[in-house]
Design a protein around this ligand. Structure first.
Ligand code: PAF
Length: 287
């Protein structure tokens, strides 16, 4: 931890460029953590890794409207810039970019970055248009900040796969680092959306991480048939009538295609509604 001063905040693309040009000219390695704010320990673990591995750390805070569906939580998504800046203070963050929507999407904006294939499964199926919003804003942020390295959480596993694919396909000169999911002691994966949960719903939400742990245990005890694993996971969900399961899957880590037999590393994915709140979680398992 380098300092406890609040990090400098800029609102425009031009100011980002002005701040970062001298650092780039001095050959500093620039690390970037894109966020939508409402920062928790999961985000801070990315900032911590970035500060450790890079000379300069840039964080963006932007609730990106284009990655929310029309009936999703864009309007109520938690916004807490002052608290976020205080949370970032100990990490010696060099710059926070917190643009207004009009700065990122000025009138007349007409471009989308679309990745196919890996965006068409799981989250892509449940949230049409979501990944187009993510890849468009991440591509823009990469062009604005021009980082050497960018940090993403394993919690949004499919997002990290999609971003890697975009970086590869568009030859973007940025290294993607994916950092482990941070969990509460009882296993709940940290998420800004956990703030929506009542105490009872928070308890019910544990079914996501418990079902993943069950899958891990079964694989480590030698179970290879994903049909059997998924059926046992489903039974845990059935014990939580107030949780509406969206999907459960055991997938190959790069293609995200479902596997029938576990023969190598897999990622177990799940998404569910707890009341009005949609949560996702995943776990990488090596047999
Ligand atoms: O993971 C998130 O918080 C967002 O999807 C991201 C990467 C900041 C893009 O808006």
């Amino acid at each position: 931890m380098a300092s406890s001063d609040l990090p400098p905040v800029v609102r425009t693309v031009q100011e980002v460029r002005r701040h970062l040009e001298p650092l780039r000219a001095e050959g500093e390695r620039i690390g970037f953590v894109p966020t939508m704010g409402a920062l928790h320990q999961g985000h801070l673990s990315l900032v911590e890794a970035c500060a450790r591995e890079c000379d300069a750390t840039v964080v963006s805070i932007f609730v990106n409207p284009t990655q929310f569906g029309p009936h999703e939580d864009y309007d109520k998504y938690p916004r807490s810039l002052e608290k976020d800046l205080e949370a970032l203070a100990p990490w010696g963050v060099d710059l926070v970019f917190a643009p207004a929507v009009e700065e990122m999407y000025p009138p007349g904006f007409q471009t989308q970055v679309l990745v196919s294939g890996v965006t068409e499964l799981w989250e892509g199926r449940s949230r049409p248009g979501h990944f187009a919003g993510v890849t468009t804003v991440v591509a823009k942020l990469f062009h604005i900040v021009q980082p050497h390295v960018a940090y993403f959480g394993h919690k949004d596993y499919q997002q990290s796969v999609v971003v890697r694919q975009m970086v590869r396909d568009l030859n973007l000169p940025v290294e993607i680092r994916v950092c482990p999911t941070v969990r509460e002691e009882d296993g709940l994966a940290l998420s800004s959306r956990n703030a929506y949960l009542s105490p009872e719903q928070r308890q019910q939400a544990l079914v996501l991480s418990r079902s993943l742990r069950l899958a891990e245990q079964m694989i480590q005890q030698g179970q290879r048939r994903t049909e059997t694993i998924l059926a046992e996971m489903k039974k845990l969900y059935d014990q939580q009538p107030d949780v509406r399961l969206d999907y459960l899957a055991v997938v190959e880590p790069d293609s995200l295609l479902p596997v029938e037999e576990v023969a190598g590393p897999v990622v177990v994915l799940t998404a569910a509604w707890v009341g009005q709140t949609r949560l996702i979680d995943n776990l990488r398992v090596e047999p």
